[in-house]
Write a protein that binds this ligand. Sequence first.
Ligand code: PRP
Length: 207
Amino acid sequence: MKNIIKVEHPVLSNIVTKLRDINTDSYLFRKYLAEISRILLLEALKNVKTVEKETEIWIGKFKFPALIEENYVFIPIMRAGLPMLDGVFEVLKNAQAGFLAIKRNEKTLESVLYYDRVPPLKGKTAVILDPMVATGGSLDYAVNVIKEKNPEKIVSLNVIGAPEGLSRISEKHPDITVYIAEIDEKLNDKGFIIPGIGDAGDRAFRT
Ligand code: PRP
């Protein structure tokens, strides 16, 4: 799974443990998701090239390194990906956002797309946000929808994944890079990640 990068940082592990804690309420659950996403995005951007930007400072105009923030499009997968948006916007304040809503049919585990509001992606880096990769069906679906819009690059930021779903993504989409905080043990027979964080959408939105 060469394109799956497990981000190692003690601060990250610490926050994921808080997320797993059943006593973490919805408000903090959303805050932790945002914080984790900020750290994952920093890691994903570590090796991108900066451009020279002419900037007026106190002694005149000079060129300094900068990122073209508008070239990044954050795409949270609703519902559970939504709280991640706050964290990544703190890193790139002038990025764009688009929205995809994908739901798993809880019996068949098939993914169903019910909302697509992603802007044109030509020349952009699409940054998918979803806390969980279980069977990988939702992420696979999202990547297929996004690929049709021809972005320059696709990265996915995820909090927890099961080996089954991650190897599916790695096989089907070797051209994207996944940054993930934890890879858990397995999926149970209902398609839940074990040990996991429970149902992230329900926990984030009190349903
Ligand atoms: C969860 C999660 C992922 C998906 C992962 O969403 O946020 O999108 O399941 O499972 P998969 O890898 O097997 O597709 P869910 O369908 O529960 O919708 P929600 O975010 O609205 O709660």
